[in-house]
Design a protein around this ligand. Sequence first.
Ligand code: AMP
Length: 305
Amino acid sequence: MSLLVIGSLGLDTVETPFGTVENAIGGTAVYCSVSASHFTQVNLVGVIGEDFPSTEIAFLRSRGIDLDGLEIKPGKSFSWGGRYGFDLNSRDTLFTHLNVFETFNPRIPEKYRDTPFIFLGNIGPDLQLSVLEQISKPQLVALDTMNYWIERTPAELARVLKRVDVLLVNDSEMRQLSGEHNLLKAARQVRAMGPKIIVVKKGEHGAIMITDGRFFYAPAFPLENVFDPTGAGDTFAGGFMGYLTKCRRIDEAALRQAIIYGSTFASFVVEDFSIGRLRHLREDEIRTRFINFHEMTKFLKPWEE
Ligand code: AMP
């Protein structure tokens, strides 16, 4: 089984109250594929410029990620700058330079066309749709989007949402997409648009999953040191989709495990800048944190007291 990931790859400049990094590897597809690579074979589709460090390409390859779908174009890579205040839940975008990403037209290599699990990272909905049109029979399609596309291209977004199984967004995107403040009512409306599995990421307040009449909530793992929240959402998506791809089942139990794996990976990535914490992340560390999640949320039913 394999997972196709499409999204941005770029160089990020990030300021937090704890420090600054310049031109560090980032982008939605990087965070997602590195975390998913702990579970499954990842086929990466994206574009980079000639300035993207070859050491980082080697790192992605060392994670077993297939890069045949990665285009290297003349010019500069996508680059993004963000600044977080003392409240790490909100950030200001300082700049977005699309560079080679501006003319990106995803071409899915022949050998990726029957990839069963698909993660459509946050790119224009027209591009997300063009990816789906090149895939023969996906088993599970997940999509991330953002306010920019919800405001500017609602018709294209509605078209792609009809073909999506899982929507992964944050709480403000969910409210904007549905026009509804209450997240449960919002989820009902969005389910009517297409995706039947709704995952709402709430930063340091965890994540909620709404499926058919069911509701699951996972807190974020309490950490003493959070350095940089950049990429937490995409890392969550990687853990979530990577696990589902590996276990092949898409029932309520598997989805709940996937939410906790997503939360586990997100809790690691925020402990350092860029993908620093993911570079040498060990399987025993992942397992221990997963078990700690279980311990943290376990309690007795009244008749077991
Ligand atoms: P997140 O913190 O999960 O929202 O993801 C942050 C990552 O998204 C950063 O590494 C950025 O490089 C990337 N990013 C920021 N803005 C965009 C955009 N407009 N399109 C694609 N990727 C973006």
